[in-house]
Structures are given as C-alpha cells and as structure tokens.
Design a protein around this ligand. Sequence first.
Ligand code: SAH
Length: 379
Amino acid sequence: MTVILAPRGKSRYDTGHPWVYKSDIAKMPEQAGLEDVQDVRGQHLGWAAVNPKSEITVRFINKGSARPNILQRLERAIAFRKFLHVNGDSFRVVHSDADGLPGLTIDKYADYLVVQQNCAALEPFLQDMLRVLKREYKLKGILGRFDSKIRTLEGLEAKVEVLFGDVPEWITCHEAEIAYRVDPWKGQKTGGFLDQRDNRIALAEVGFGRALDIFSYHASFGLHLAKVCDSVECIDSSAAALERAEDNARLNGLNNMIFTEANAFDWLHQTDTSERYHTISLDPPALAKARRDLDGAYRAYKELNLRALKLLEPGGFLGTTSCSFHVSEADFYVMLEDAAADAGRMVRILERRSQAACHPEVLNFPESRYLKFALLQVM
Ligand code: SAH
C-alpha cells in the first residue's frame, strides 16, 4: 500500500535524510513492509521500510522508481568491506541505514557473524540474506542476537538463536598484533566494539610507560597498550568484562596487566594526581542518550577528561572518546578545551579521529557520524 508523506515529511525527504517520523505522514499502511512512498500530490518519492508501530515510521531505502533489491544492497555492503584494508579478521559487514539496510547490523568476528535485525520490513528477507552471507564468507556459524528492545517495539519476536552452524561461548578474534575473545551470546551489542579498532591501533603506536585503560570492557585498548607499555591497569564496572579481559591477557601471553572492578568516576576521583601515568585510554559508554541529557553529559565528559589529563606526565598521551551521537564534534572539542584549561595543562591535538570505515559515515544521514576520538598529548 502506498505511503503518503505530509508536507513536513516531504520537506524532510528533500533534505536527503532517509527517515520520516510518524507525525509527518499523511497515510500509512496497517502492516509493516517494503512500500512505495508518495507526496500529497501523488508524486513518487521512492521505496522505504515502513512500520506503523515505529516512531521512525518511514526509512527510505532508495529514492528511485524501482523496488529496491535487498540482496543487492547486502552484496554492495559486503563488496565495500572487501575494498577496505582491515587490520584484523573482525569488522562490521552491515551498518544499518548507512548501508541502505535499516535496522540491520551484522558484525564479523573471525569465522562467525553476529546479526541484529531490528526492522520488521526486512524480516522476510532474512533467510535469503543468510544464503548470500554464507556464499561470500567462509563461516563456521551465524548467531542472531535478536534480543534488543527495539525488536519488541517493531512488533518482532525477541530471542537469541543460532541461524547457521555452531556458535561457541567465546570467539577468538585478531586485531593487528592482538588476539582477543568476544562473547557473542551475552557481550554488549554484538559482543564487541569494532568501531574503535583503528583508534586502538593508533593509540598503541604512541603509547609508552605506565598506562591506564579506563572503561576497558574486555581490555580492547589495554591489550594493544600492554604490548608497548611497561604496565596497564584496566578499569571497568563489569566483572564479566574484566574476567574476559584477564583471559585475553593470558591468551596474548601478557603479564603486565592488572584489572580493577570499579566505577570509573569514583576511581578517578579518588586517585591522587601525584600518581602519574604516560598513556591513558578513556572510552566511556554514551553519556548523552538523548538531547535532553546534553548538559549533564558535558559535565561528566569534562570531569573524566580533566582528571585523566591531570594524571598524565608531560609528554604523556590521552586517547579520549565520545560515542554519543548527540554530542557534536564541535562540542566534544570545546569540552576538551575546557577540561585542559581546568586541569591547568597545555595539551596538543595529534589527531582528530572517528569510527572505523566499516562503520561508514553517510553525509545525508548525520546519525551515522557518532564517534569522536581525539589523540592528545600533554605538553
Ligand atoms: N573500550 C572498550 C569499550 C568500552 S564500552 C573497547 O574498545 O572495546 C564501555 C564500558 O564501560 C563497558 O565495558 C561498561 O561495562 C563500562 N562502564 C559503564 N559505566 C561504567 C562506570 N561508571 N564505571 C566503569 N565502567 C563503566
């Protein structure tokens, strides 16, 4: 059934953005599906994944006249990753709307895929997509992490299930010189944070001395740092993540790492600034989940960065991240400027980085640009 955008929806369409909200739609179908979309004058606008149950009701897949070929979209996403030079065996294969496949995330961890499918209109294509994936990659297993809340909101069943082969409790992945285990079944998101891959490698290129990995998860930054630093202390509030971090240290034969289960805010607050370090990674979870959280998030990011900068010796490096989409790149650097001033440190920016290219950033879709990573040096 044809979907009709209200004039405000059409204006949004004209900006090039793929999403139209429920309040900006004049006529919508009762069921979710892949539908053609028109404006109120009957002009054809394109094809979209449509779900009347979702606030983001229309997610454009193409703006042409032909019904989109979902399998071809997937093949294009796969072809794009083949062209990237990923330093390791693990990367994102599909990044949702940024690959023209709304709500679909597929991460590759060594010989396994972990799929999150949060779009009702794409659900009927799942089996065919699995066939394409098995043809393109030599796989031992595929796991469906269909357990996100969004699936329930989309009207889809929530479950975690093996979609192909066998999926073990741990998958061993490789990233530059490091091996690490992810937990595809219960780990955060699909098990790991592949968007930080190149930033981890970049920080290890300059890292030295006494290092800290704050918000370490399973020590993704820490493992790289332990190869080049004298010692690394990993701090995280999740005991399960730290248990895996210890395992990962053993897997790499690294015995210069220690693991501290703590609230990172408290830990930083309590640590005496005469305790000095040479390399710090600071990678908090998204502190601004919504626009209304921005003020509080700004203060929290500033507090973390200020304290981290105070702990660094002159010449020391800070790799600092914000993964909150709502914190703009401009705000992130203003916050860092503020933190440096309050810490009483002169700080040099070595690199302004973003997410790994397998998480593509699309100009028409600002939500696809979310990760800010600054490589800083205290002067
Ligand atoms: N640096 C990691 C990803 C970190 S994700 C990587 O590159 O893979 C954010 C981590 O912060 C999670 O492991 C979560 O357990 C932890 N976390 C969340 N709130 C925390 C807090 N208040 N104190 C310490 N750790 C926290």
